[in-house]
Design a protein around this ligand. Sequence first.
Ligand SMILES: C[S@@+](CC[C@H](N)C(=O)[O-])C[C@H]1O[C@@H](n2cnc3c(N)ncnc32)[C@H](O)[C@@H]1O
Length: 244
Amino acid sequence: MSRGSSRPLTRSRPEDVSSDPKPESLVARGREIDLRHVERGLSEVPDDRFTFILSHATKLVPDRPGLRIADIGCAAGAFLFQARVSYPSAALFGVDILSALVDAAEQLVPHARFFVGDARSPELARLGPVDVGFMVTVHSLFDDVDEWLDPFLSLLGHGGHGFVFGLFNPHPIDVLVKVRRSGSEAPFDPGWNMVSKDTMRRHLGVRGRQVVFDDYRPGTPKLPDPHDPLRSWTEALMTVLPLA
Ligand SMILES: C[S@@+](CC[C@H](N)C(=O)[O-])C[C@H]1O[C@@H](n2cnc3c(N)ncnc32)[C@H](O)[C@@H]1O
């Protein structure tokens, strides 16, 4: 399908997020926890993380008419809502695996076009090539770097820039994490993997791509939420010194 034609990705993917007994297939269909993006909606207050990402992007790729931008794992469109301020002239596209989120995004962010699709599918390339691709707190869902990196790079094409925000281990260890609430019989959820910067450099190096890391420090410390133990918060490092 050619660029700019209607619906390059599917809108009809079935998505029973709760009843599958095989944890591996959860990622293919999305996680129930991500449906909370529908209730969250949009905030008029800019998200500090999005501001950080967009300031990097606009330095390398300033706004201009004709620019094509895609957000993979876009949820209900909050990032693209904020991206419109940095990229007023660009065409914005969002892809998410959960059609409920895509439906919400279409309502909330009418200046962008949204599609149901899988970040790991070669189909993603049909949306491209884009000039700028974003993945914001999504790659930690996947155990295998290649399965999301190859579709992401094929979406970007040769001259495109990609910005992947989330957990990267500064030490040369790749960590896979699955979680579920204590006492629950539900399948374990993915989403907190921490692939190392080293592995990312290697995977991009063999594909002839350069990579630069810039560590994010939250502007305002995030406090733990006693009702949501899965939410991240800022940890402070306290160093106890010996008595003089
Ligand atoms: C942790 S949320 C991040 C949402 C958004 N990028 C943000 O930062 O607010 C992960 C998002 O990725 C989506 N997702 C999960 N698996 C996916 C896949 N295989 N392909 C595309 N999107 C996926 C989820 O539905 C969810 O919206």
